[in-house]
Design a protein around this ligand. Sequence first.
Ligand SMILES: *[C@@H]1O[C@H](CO)[C@@H](O)[C@H](O)[C@H]1NC(C)=O
Ligand SMILES: *[C@@H]1O[C@H](CO)[C@@H](O)[C@H](O)[C@H]1NC(C)=O
Ligand SMILES: *[C@@H]1O[C@H](CO)[C@@H](O)[C@H](O)[C@H]1NC(C)=O
Ligand SMILES: *[C@@H]1O[C@H](CO)[C@@H](O)[C@H](O)[C@H]1NC(C)=O
Ligand SMILES: *[C@@H]1O[C@H](CO)[C@@H](O)[C@H](O)[C@H]1NC(C)=O
Length: 415
Amino acid sequence: MGTSRMFRIFVVLGSAFMILLIIIYWDDVGASHFYLHTPVSPGPKVPHPVPQKRPQTSRAPSFLSDIDAFVNQFLEPGTGEPTDAAPADTSNQSEKAEERYIPRREWKIHLTPLAPELRDRQEQRRRLLQEMCANDSILFHGKNRSFDDIPNKELDHLIVDDRHGIIYCYVPKVACSNWKRIMIILSESLLQEGVPQRDPLAIPRDLVHNSSMHFTFNKFWKRYGKFARHLMKVKLKKYTKFLFVRDPFVRLISAYRNKFELPNEDFYRRFAQVMLRRYGNQPTPPASVDEAFSLGIHPSFSHFIQYLLDPQTEKDMPFNEHWRQVYRLCHPCQIQYDFVGHLETAEEDAEHLLRLLRVDNVVEFPTSSRNLTASSWESDWFSTVPVEARRELYKLYEPDFRLFGYEKPDSLINE
Ligand SMILES: *[C@@H]1O[C@H](CO)[C@@H](O)[C@H](O)[C@H]1NC(C)=O
Ligand SMILES: *[C@@H]1O[C@H](CO)[C@@H](O)[C@H](O)[C@H]1NC(C)=O
Ligand SMILES: *[C@@H]1O[C@H](CO)[C@@H](O)[C@H](O)[C@H]1NC(C)=O
Ligand SMILES: *[C@@H]1O[C@H](CO)[C@@H](O)[C@H](O)[C@H]1NC(C)=O
Ligand SMILES: *[C@@H]1O[C@H](CO)[C@@H](O)[C@H](O)[C@H]1NC(C)=O
């Protein structure tokens, strides 16, 4: 019973612990996402001047720092904020800022496997997209062009996060504010602004939709010049790409309610006046939205549908993003999405997605307390729209119905 025996036990236990660590590590980050780091850190520009110099945190995590982060998770339990975890007052900003280690918790250990239904659901949605893109009997504009043929300005809905290797195609009226908020948090571009890091709802609305907050594909040209397309393609290959969709008709109802039933000066001037003039017997519609609303004048849902079906509309300018078809916003036949969320299953999908992206302990998807436009109201809304117009409208949005597995609304169309 000497010290050598104690020593041997100690060594054996120590090795076992090390092996355990290695096993867990490889299990969890086995197929770890390797970051594609571009020399210029492409975080979106911050709107206001940065008040003070902060240590640079935008280095892509290296293999070793991943391990550090993992070990640190056990060593300092409970500290939430990745940036405030290290006591800030001890380090004097300027000196050795680079060396101060800021633990980044970008993944979390899950003891329960992902529910098989969720996995299957994604598998089905992805397979459906592939089938529909391969099926020649389903045709729509731009379907069989190559990625290189998509003009830059049509790539303005793809938000890139190099830090985590994520690409999000945002579709307005499909929880897009909340996903944009999450992309802002992940990009860490608000860190210096003092906005609470992890609360998506703390980000003011106008900031969320300010395009200067988001680094989108159409901005690549400015930054990377002739390498832009090449870089896009590399990123599309390596990164996790996702989008959220919803029933196309319900999305239209939601767009109408949000932009025309509520006073919105911009939409009133750009669209409502046109609808009133063309279909509403109002040769000279009121000049401002306040005036119109006080007189009880606004385009009806039926006017809105008429506007969408009018060939003149698309001639004047492409559909506004709030009603532009998803296939035109996100190019699902050119971009192979890894994850297709449906608003109808938003909460489950959000949880699944954040876990898939390994950011589920950095952000949470905000649960919405607002009343979503429900598909059960669909027939009420469309009751004022002639059946013939409904059929035409279906044709206009048919690719979205087919690509994303929404059922043809037979009860609306066959009356
Ligand atoms: C968006 O932010 C930029 C500065 O980053 C600012 O100049 C611009 O006015 C903002 N746009 C809107 C619509 O708030
Ligand atoms: C930090 O630096 C400032 C000036 O550079 C100095 O006045 C201050 O004492 C320093 N604080 C510590 C904790 O070293
Ligand atoms: C393609 O779509 C048509 C109808 O839209 C369908 O009848 C046909 O089975 C599809 N083809 C394949 C190969 O899935
Ligand atoms: C796209 O596919 C359709 C049907 O397969 C074909 O008729 C058409 O010529 C193709 N267009 C291009 C640009 O390849
Ligand atoms: C919310 O939805 C319910 C039906 O699901 C409806 O009865 C209620 O009026 C809605 N509330 C608002 C504020 O729209």
